[in-house]
Write a protein of this length. Structure first.
Length: 543
């Protein structure tokens, strides 16, 4: 075996170590081809499940070739050598990895977890780099050989198709983000802000001043720099003032940690300034801003506005709330098939599905039942417009519907998609009496245009606040328990959204208190007041 490269097995865990000067070709005991048979022998392809020995040996050979800088040979140990070989070569050359130690953990079936301890070097500047990933061993379709299933995430868990690792002088300086009062927002204290700050840096880093440092980053297929993975030298960060409130953000970070998958956003109704955004998991996809999920009964805020807009019913008007209602051959029902009598405020507070679906009939007579909800959402709440927040967002969708989709849309199902930021904005619009586009960076930083909407008519705004307050305070209000300790004036709406074959509904909740509005979604959280409600309440109490 060549100097500088060694393979060891300690306590069932094997490691492959390659020094920066030892990149070169060699074969392990069972050959770089992944099998121990003589290459002149032509045996029939193996079939059936992989053995533990095949998984371990294949991973070991792959790690040895990778760590040894033998990109082509490592690629041949995968089921996609044409893609894997160049990607493995770029790992050393593009990412500047001068040393690498790969330690594999105990396999679980065909999945092998591993830890990479590398040294990245660029123009005399070096820094250690440690991360974890995993690979899966599969049987080759034509040869039956055990091979590594190739995906970019084998090299690094954040890599996606077409992306690559790069080390060099950063294209934009780092930014030191501060909240609206100038309080620093370090990512280690506010982990949910990491993807947000990455996006802000790419857009505003050059405007914030500072000097670029040396970094390792993910570069997308079109050459755009993405997430920073390692900072070799920091340079001089520029300062970027955001609308975040450090205290509200801290409360949001803590609140979402109570659930495996949760997102929350908070907005100041009078201005549209975003005061908090938090996700659990904290890294990766920003569900609070970019999620596209059915919002369930929180959408009844917009449906109630639509009903008032077209004279179907107001807060004090009597409405029917039977246990079930049929539309186009499909039966919709209330939770536990409850029924109640009274006005629209009572139906809203108790989240009566059937009362809102019955609103279709008078709108159908006018020929607008398939478009009225989307028109109201856009004209009064700014949903479906393009929001220039400062980072990428999904800005709500209420498409034209037909048949049972129309009935489902009135209670926040069907083809409607929203996220926590969208629904926080809905509550903010009600509290303020008009839409203010949410934003994370003031518009004067780059002169971008904000989305606009018509102000809510005074009677409609007052009616919605009455109904949301009843949901938060009335004896049978579905949001009452969650909002019990939240200061007045306050209002809220619960929601639960059924998702495909998911056993439990997604939990939704939106509400306001004073000059702060918030919304949350908890995946598989069940009833809105049980999971998402406490998340929103903790955020509102911090405002």
């Amino acid at each position: 075996m060549r100097s500088g490269v060694k393979v060891g097995v300690v306590g069932g865990v094997f490691a492959v170590v390659a020094g920066g000067v030892a990149y070169g070709g060699y074969n392990l005991w069972n050959g770089i081809t992944g099998g121990s048979q003589d290459i002149g022998t032509r045996a029939a392809p193996r079939t059936g499940p992989l053995t533990g020995e095949e998984v371990t040996a294949t991973a070991r050979d792959f790690f040895a070739a990778w760590a040894g800088g033998e990109a082509e040979r490592a690629g041949q140990l995968t089921n996609d050598p044409v893609t894997a070989g160049p990607a493995l070569a770029a790992y050393r050359e593009g990412a500047g990895v001068s040393e690498a130690e790969i330690t594999a953990g105990t396999p679980t079936g065909a999945v092998v977890p591993f830890t990479v301890k590398a040294t990245v070097t660029y123009e005399g500047v070096s820094k250690p780099w440690t991360y974890q990933s995993k690979l899966t061993v599969v049987r080759g379709e034509s040869t039956g050989r055990p091979l590594v299933r190739w995906t970019p995430a084998v090299l690094h868990p954040k890599l996606t198709a077409g992306a690559t690792l790069r080390t060099g002088e950063a294209k934009t300086p780092q930014v030191k983000a501060v909240d609206h009062r100038g309080v620093a927002l370090p990512p280690e204290k506010y982990p949910s802000l990491v993807p947000v700050l990455d996006a802000l840096r790419q857009r505003y880093g050059a405007k914030a001043g500072g000097e670029a440092g040396v970094e390792t980053w993910i570069e997308t297929a079109d050459g755009t720099p993405g997430s920073t993975l390692l900072v070799l030298s920091a340079g001089k960060p520029g300062e970027l003032r955001t609308t975040i409130d450090a205290g509200v953000q801290a409360a949001a970070e803590k609140a979402v940690k109570d659930f495996p998958k949760a997102a929350v956003a908070a907005v100041e109704p009078s201005t549209g300034a975003i005061r908090a955004v938090a996700n659990n998991p904290a890294s990766g996809f920003n569900t609070a801003f970019q999620g596209q999920q059915a919002p369930g009964s929180t959408m009844k805020i917009v449906s109630a506005a639509m009903m008032m807009r077209h004279g179907v019913a107001g807060p004090d008007d009597a409405v029917e709330c039977p246990p079930t209602v049929e539309w186009d051959g499909y039966t919709f029902q209330n939770l536990d098939r409850f029924s109640t009598r009274g006005d629209l405020t009572n139906a809203f507070a108790r989240s009566c599905n059937t009362a809102f679906i019955k609103a279709i009939t008078p709108l159908k007579l006018k020929g607008i039942h398939n478009t009225a909800l989307g028109d109201t959402a856009r004209d009064w709440f700014g949903l479906g417009e393009v929001w220039s927040v400062g980072v990428t967002t999904s800005d709500g969708s209420v498409p034209e519907s037909s048949g049972t989709e129309t009935a489902a849309s009135y209670i926040g199902q069907g083809r409607i998609t929203m996220n926590a930021l969208n629904m926080a904005s809905v509550s903010a619009t009600v509290k303020n009496g008009g839409f203010r586009q949410p934003y994370l960076v003031p518009r004067d930083v780059d002169g971008r245009e904000f989305a606009e909407a018509e102000p809510l008519p005074g009677e409609v705004a007052r009616g919605l606040r009455t109904m949301m307050n009843a949901a938060a305070t009335a004896p049978q209000g579905t949001a009452r328990e969650a909002m019990a300790g939240v200061p007045s004036p306050k209002g809220a709406k619960t929601g639960s959204a059924e998702v495909g074959d998911q056993a439990d509904s997604n939990s939704w909740f939106t509400g306001y208190s004073g000059d702060l509005a918030a919304a949350a979604v908890v995946q598989s959280g069940g009833h809105g007041g049980d999971a998402a409600g406490p998340v929103v309440a903790r955020v509102l109490k911090a405002g």
